[in-house]
Design a protein around this ligand. Structure first.
Ligand code: PLP
Length: 397
């Protein structure tokens, strides 16, 4: 059976060049980077080269990069670390309603500890308004955290404009760039952020590695204490092979991004058009143009995303019905709900995320099988009336 992987926002395969390089640091060059002997120095040198590669990719200085166990830890470190370091200045945090749970749940954790939290609404495309950020600021505001690109619908937020608004106000500005890195240009100065989260396994690097960019001068308290690694910001023996893989993945992404994107955008647009043309009562979720190149998120009325996913899986197609972390629970996506999409339609959502190795044949395969799947599931749905078709449909096209 043809297998088609269309879930690259959940995770990507590790690039063979990355995997090959990493293997060396598990086997022959296995030293602990804190050791002073030649094995340690060899690992330390490679670790620092990787730090430079990651820094280069986001326009940062190497000493501004702290490696973590991934995006989740970097988000926790940014938010809790900044909140603790600035506690004497104020206690108010601003986030958007469409943040990943690694951000939202960390903010609500702090709320339980006595911090004040404002969760900003988004429009129908999932966009935060800069005016809403401005209106939410109080003299107590110490941290604003707004993601760069959304993991479910791919909408790109106006981070640079928010950065301009916050500049010089003494408020820490964090962005979660896990879903934008490697897909669109990410430059910490252009975005005007103080803290930025990244993760290796979304850019053809290994799982369990990421980093937090910390602009020089930004105060942040460490959460993990011990041996003092990572300039005392994150103790623990470094995941040297993983970090080296992350560095290589950044280097490859910077070389390939433009070329990959041109192809991926064509495939994405073909897929969106094909789905909207071939299936009734379907809508595209997210911003029509301000979206990452690889995301196709649609709601199919009258049926459940999970049923479609299972049927697609039986045809060899891997997609998702929300973020990888929320699928598996029966709650509809908080992102779609925040965009004003009702429960029933949010339940009928499907996310396809394209990657480097996808081809036009992969997209054709989806366009060949999805209409039949939808028709079969709708035939079993008591809500669907084939005769009336889109007359009773509440979706925008
Ligand atoms: N932030 C966003 C926007 C994500 O999409 C993800 C993962 O899907 C994370 C954070 C968590 O990253 P990690 O899987 O590296 O912990």
């Amino acid at each position: 059976m043809r297998r088609v992987y269309l879930d690259h926002s959940a995770t990507t395969p590790v690039d063979p060049e990355v995997a090959e390089l990493m293997l060396t640091y598990y086997t022959t060059k296995f030293g602990n980077p804190s050791s002073i002997h030649s094995f340690g120095r060899e690992a330390k040198k490679a670790l620092e080269d990787a730090r430079q590669q990651v820094a280069n990719f986001i326009g940062a200085k190497p000493e501004e990069i702290t490696f973590t166990s991934g995006g989740t830890e970097a988000d926790n470190m940014a938010i809790i670390g900044a909140a603790l370091a600035n506690r004497k200045k104020g206690n108010h945090i601003i986030a958007s309603a469409v943040e990943h749970h690694a951000v939202l749940d960390t903010c609500t954790y702090l709320e339980k500890q006595g911090y004040k939290l404002t969760v900003l609404p988004v429009d129908e495309y999932g966009l935060v308004k800069v005016e809403d950020v401005s209106a939410a600021l109080t003299p107590e505001t110490i941290l604003v955290t707004i993601m760069h690109a959304n993991n479910e619908v791919g909408t790109i937020q106006p981070i640079a404009e928010i950065g301009k608004l916050l500049k010089g106000k003494g408020i820490v500005f964090h962005t979660d760039a896990v879903q934008s890195l490697g897909k669109i240009p990410v430059n910490v100065d252009e975005l005007g952020v103080d803290l930025l989260t990244a993760s290796a396994h979304k850019i053809y690097g290994p799982k369990g590695v990421g980093c937090l960019y910390i602009r020089k001068g930004t105060r942040i308290q460490a959460l993990v204490h011990g041996g003092g690694q990572e300039r005392k910001r994150r103790s623990g023996t470094e995941n040297t092979p993983g970090i080296i893989g992350f560095g290589k993945a950044c280097e490859l992404a910077s070389q390939r991004m433009e070329e990959d994107n041109a192809r991926i955008i064509d495939l994405r647009d073909k897929m969106i058009k094909g789905i909207l043309d071939k299936i009734d009562c379907v809508q595209l979720n997210g911003h029509p143009t301000q979206r990452v190149p690889n995301n196709v998120n649609v709601s199919v009325e009258y049926i459940e995303g999970e049923s479609m996913l299972l049927s697609l899986d039986m045809q060899g197609i891997a997609a998702s019905s929300g973020s990888a972390c929320t699928s598996g629970s029966l709650d509809p996506s908080h992102v779609l709900l925040a965009m004003g999409i009702c429960h029933e339609i949010a339940h009928g959502s499907l996310r396809f995320t394209l990657g480097r190795d996808n081809t036009a044949e992969d997209v054709d395969h989806v366009l060949n099988v999805l209409p039949g799947i939808v028709e079969r599931l709708r035939a079993m749905s008591p809500l669907y009336d084939k005769e009336r078709g889109c007359e009773s449909c509440t979706l925008k096209r």
